[in-house]
Ligand binder design. Structure first.
Ligand code: CA
Length: 497
């Protein structure tokens, strides 16, 4: 090769390098918690707002956009993560419940980002067995992972870690940002917390928090489910019957000699509450442990945001905060998730993007977790493959919701029969005001049972209006919409019974 040609090629490569320079492409940080309800984020308001539960997450909301109608397609951990990676509903990505495996060989957004010059990292809980694909760096908890001294699995194998899981995940994240990444490339970094997943084990340093206050109860703590069908009545997820004093609330033989939980063990030994008093007492323990776990997650968000500010990365880095689904904070007497009712169907979503997202803004459009993969690709300026089923929410972030944005969402929960919580299989359609749910299959009377809710008149979903003649037109309309969505999303005919 002649010197002239070599020089020319060198010039060309410099030009090419500049045309895709890191400075032009934004970095993306996705913070994902496990079972974090919108009810326990101050920025979302509600009955717990005065507790100042999440100062750093609230700061993120104040500097960016709060999405008020962000929903999931299947309210459970593993499947929600499969949707996050693939941008496809469970019936197409194959991960319908927590028991089944996940095919990592299929398309995911990270593989596409990688091919388009992004450096990709996944740290923390993913809850999908097998080696991660599409990530230059991955260091994840095996399965559910442990709260204290957790093992991690990476491409190099298993490694033991000392400390509290939320802190370990944050340390690993900051280490990757400061020491391990290729500084010349834009990055997609996913920090996935285990907290506040059951059994809500706080860091020792936070046990004193909320100690002397009373957490407000939801008005539906003693729901008798009379306004709903079999599924709501027959679930196994109540604070009363399902939540265990020993395993869940650390009050019992496993924790007898554990100083962290000495006060509650002493109280129980002395007072032995029963009936409604016991439910109320369990509710307080549950909520305080849960909120203490959230406090550590909030500290993590604060540490990460401070790092971005100190290094100047904040300006060109989009920070998003979300949970894999919502959670019941005693509403309907429950903990856990799974149902298409609002508290578990909805999930928090906050986005900060300096100079693009208006600080303190609120979006009320219908958004779903099938949208996240395409949103990441859009932020990186990369086209999405046709097989992804969501929509990019980047226009919404910029305050420009398209005129033809969707007006309904499709939902489908599959894990029944199951070891945990006995929530019957169901699918449904929701709009901003109305929601239609079809429970089906084993242990549903006659194999099919419908519920219909008017969220405007009944925001707590206490009474199904399916048989109310006032709503006959709306029910019929939503049945047609459910049919249309099933076709649009290629749901196999006949449900999945
Ligand atoms: Ca979860």
């Amino acid at each position: 090769m002649s010197i002239t040609v070599k020089k020319h090629l060198l010039k060309l490569s410099i030009v090419c390098t500049f045309s895709v320079s890191a400075a032009e492409k934004p970095n993306i940080i996705w913070i994902f918690s496990d079972d974090h309800s919108y009810q326990t984020i101050g920025a979302y308001g509600g009955r717990l707002q005065h507790l100042n539960m999440t100062p750093n997450i609230d700061r993120l909301a104040g500097q960016g956009m709060r999405f008020d109608r962000c929903y999931v397609s299947n309210s459970i951990c593993g499947p929600a993560r499969a949707v996050l990676l693939t941008g496809k509903h469970s019936h197409l990505n194959g991960k319908k419940d927590n028991k089944g495996g996940f095919d990592h060989d299929q398309m995911n957004f990270a593989k596409i980002l990688q091919k388009n010059g992004y450096q990709t990292a996944m740290i923390g809980k993913i809850h999908l067995n097998g080696a991660m694909q599409g990530f230059d760096y991955w260091d994840v908890l095996p399965g559910q992972g442990k709260y204290n001294n957790p093992d991690f699995i990476s491409a190099e194998g298993k490694e033991k870690n000392k400390g509290y899981v939320t802190d370990v995940i944050t340390d690993k994240t900051l280490k990757w940002l400061s020491d391990q990444r290729d500084q010349s490339k834009p990055f997609m970094l996913m920090m996935h917390h285990k907290a506040p997943h059951r059994n809500w084990a706080p860091a020792k340093r936070h046990m004193g928090k909320y100690a002397d206050i009373e957490i407000p109860e939801p008005p539906t703590l003693f729901d008798d489910y009379s306004g709903r069908g079999t599924a709501a009545k027959m679930q196994d997820m109540t604070i009363d019957k399902t939540m265990q004093l020993n395993a869940d609330l650390k009050c019992g033989k496993w924790y007898k000699n554990n100083k962290q939980y000495a006060a509650r063990n002493a109280y129980y030994a002395k007072h032995k509450p029963t009936g409604k008093d016991l439910v109320k007492w369990k509710y307080q323990l549950y909520m305080k442990d849960y909120l203490r776990c959230i406090w550590a997650v909030d500290e993590s968000v604060g540490r990460l945001m401070n790092y971005l500010d100190e290094t100047g990365l904040a300006k060109n880095t989009i920070v998003m905060y979300c949970s894999d689904q919502g959670f019941y904070m005693g509403e309907h007497g429950w903990f856990d998730k799974r149902f298409m009712y609002e508290e578990s169907y909805r999930t928090p979503l906050l986005v900060r993007w300096p100079e693009h997202v208006k600080p303190g803004s609120v979006n009320k459009d219908l958004v779903q977790n099938i949208d996240f993969a395409e949103t990441f690709l859009d932020l990186a300026g990369v086209n999405s493959p046709k097989e992804m089923q969501g929509e990019s929410i980047v226009p919404l972030m910029k305050g420009n919701t398209p005129a033809d944005w969707r007006s309904s969402l499709y939902y489908h929960y599959y894990e029944y029969p199951a070891f945990w919580h006995a929530v019957r299989r169901h699918e449904g359609v929701s709009e901003k005001r109305f929601k239609l749910i079809r429970f089906y299959g084993k242990d549903v009377p006659n194999g099919e049972e419908w519920e219909f809710f008017d969220l405007k008149n009944d925001p707590q979903e206490m009474k199904s209006e399916y048989s109310n003649s006032d709503y006959v037109d709306e029910v019929e309309r939503l049945k047609k919409e459910l049919h249309r969505l099933r076709e649009y999303y290629q749901v196999p005919a006949g449900g999945d019974a």
